[in-house]
Design a protein around this ligand. Structure first.
Ligand SMILES: Cc1ncc(COP(=O)(O)O)c(C=O)c1O
Length: 409
């Protein structure tokens, strides 16, 4: 058929699903960021590119394809490769946390785990409790399921874990160096959350991509470890669902994550995963397994901790020099982010983003970490991606943008 004889399409096309209408101006601004030359990106949550183990991964890829052609190049089990599940079960087991491979699901990244949890737990309108402010990707993963989100500030003086978890399908927490605030949930709050989950039976999701990036010491115990003390002799069967990923530990491009949970939850997630991607790449599972078994993860971790501590210090010093008139922040002891809170309530960070983009610096305004979009007084600043001189220049540009915004008010 040539162009002139093609029928004119006049029929009304079905509409896209309603949740797609919920995107906002901020998301569009981020999408435009890629086209701005010399933009300094303080918005993302990306590892330093110089830490990516390029040569090691290239030779591991060759080795695992030659040694395991069927596993790396074929379809595999939905739950993940046996060897990887066994290795993860062993790595996370303790005297009181008894894990078998049936407690482990390998996922195509941490994001997939969040998506699958939404798939198996949420019906439209179900209530969930999220540590506030909340990881943007979790909000994105659950938005199509249209839950009712209860924002809970775990660090507020009147935090009440029993009230927070009452009646919800699940509660969501990033206890170590949270995205976006970089803060840790304190040990008493961890105990309170776990006790409330054990008493009510509510699922409690412990999302932990940043736990290995502690610059100054040891983390408080994991929620899943706190929940397992009571039944030391038995295989883990508690309400905590622990999520891990290699994205911040090796390379986000591998897209390997894992869920540690009761077998009942793993079985439900496996059914959901079958309809999502059938299986995670055997190639990148084998690569991750190799990295876990041969100490690659630990060697990257110790370099990452040193490099990121230094970059955190560079950023906090630059913030003190150029931005302390307008913002306050806590120095994070780990992770990838500083959370800068505006001193003046008139300083609206959605508005600031426009000025920041004109000054060729991109930051994440707090509204994207709030399901209601109403928190507009803070910024998430990433310190891991850029070298010191770019961090300093980015902060200077942010100071110019803030000055312009405040003068225009
Ligand atoms: C809190 C949190 N959870 C999950 C993820 C997802 O990580 P990935 O999908 O790369 O494994 C991220 C990534 O930034 C994150 O910050």
């Amino acid at each position: 058929m040539n162009a002139s004889t093609q029928p004119v399409v006049t029929a009304h096309r079905p509409e896209f699903a309603s949740w797609l209408g919920n995107t906002n101006e901020i998301t569009r601004t981020f999408l435009a960021a890629g086209s701005i030359p010399d933009l300094i990106n303080l918005a993302g949550g990306l590892p330093a590119p110089e830490l990516l183990p390029t040569d090691q991964l290239a030779s591991i890829v060759e080795e695992v394809i030659r040694q395991h052609p069927a596993e790396t190049l074929g379809y595999g089990p939905i739950e993940g490769l046996n060897d990887l599940r066994l290795t993860l079960a062993e790595r996370f087991s303790t005297a009181s946390l008894r894990l078998k491979k049936e407690n482990i699901l390998v996922t195509t990244s941490g994001m997939q785990a969040l998506d699958l949890l939404g798939k198996v737990l949420l019906n439209e309108g179900d209530p969930i409790a999220c540590q506030f402010p909340t990881y943007l990707g979790a909000l994105d993963a659950w938005r199509p399921r249209q839950p009712r989100i209860r924002n809970v500030a775990f660090d507020s003086a009147d935090f009440d874990a029993v009230a927070a978890l009452k009646g919800v399908k699940f509660a969501y927490s990033v206890p170590n160096f949270s995205n976006p605030t970089g803060k840790q949930v304190t040990e008493p709050v961890r105990h309170a959350l776990v006790d409330a989950a054990l008493a009510s039976g509510t699922w409690l999701i412990e999302d932990d991509p940043y736990g290995t990036l502690n610059f100054d010491g040891q983390n408080p115990p994991r929620l899943i470890n706190l929940a397992s003390n009571n039944n030391a002799a038995e295989q883990y069967n508690g309400p905590i669902v622990y999520l891990g990923t290699v994205s911040k530990q090796i390379a986000p491009g591998l897209r390997i994550g894992w869920v540690i949970a009761s077998t009942e939850m793993i079985e439900a997630l496996t059914l959901a995963k079958q309809g999502s991607d059938m299986c995670t790449s055997g190639l990148t599972q084998r690569v991750a397994l190799h990295a876990l078994r041969n100490g690659l993860i630990e060697s990257i971790q110790s370099r990452a901790v040193d490099l990121y501590r230094e970059r955190r210090d560079v950023m906090c010093k630059a913030l003190s020099t150029h931005l302390s008139e307008w913002y306050e922040w806590d120095v994070p002891i780990g992770g990838m982010f500083v959370w800068a809170h505006a001193r003046n309530p008139q300083l609206n960070t959605n508005e600031l983003l426009k000025h920041a983009m004109q000054n060729a610096v991109c930051v994440s305004p707090s509204s994207v970490f709030d399901a209601t979009g109403t928190h507009q007084q803070a910024l998430r600043l990433n310190f891991t991606l850029n070298p010191p001189e770019k961090i300093i220049e980015g902060v200077k540009r942010l100071a110019s943008a803030t000055r312009q915004l405040m003068e225009s008010n």
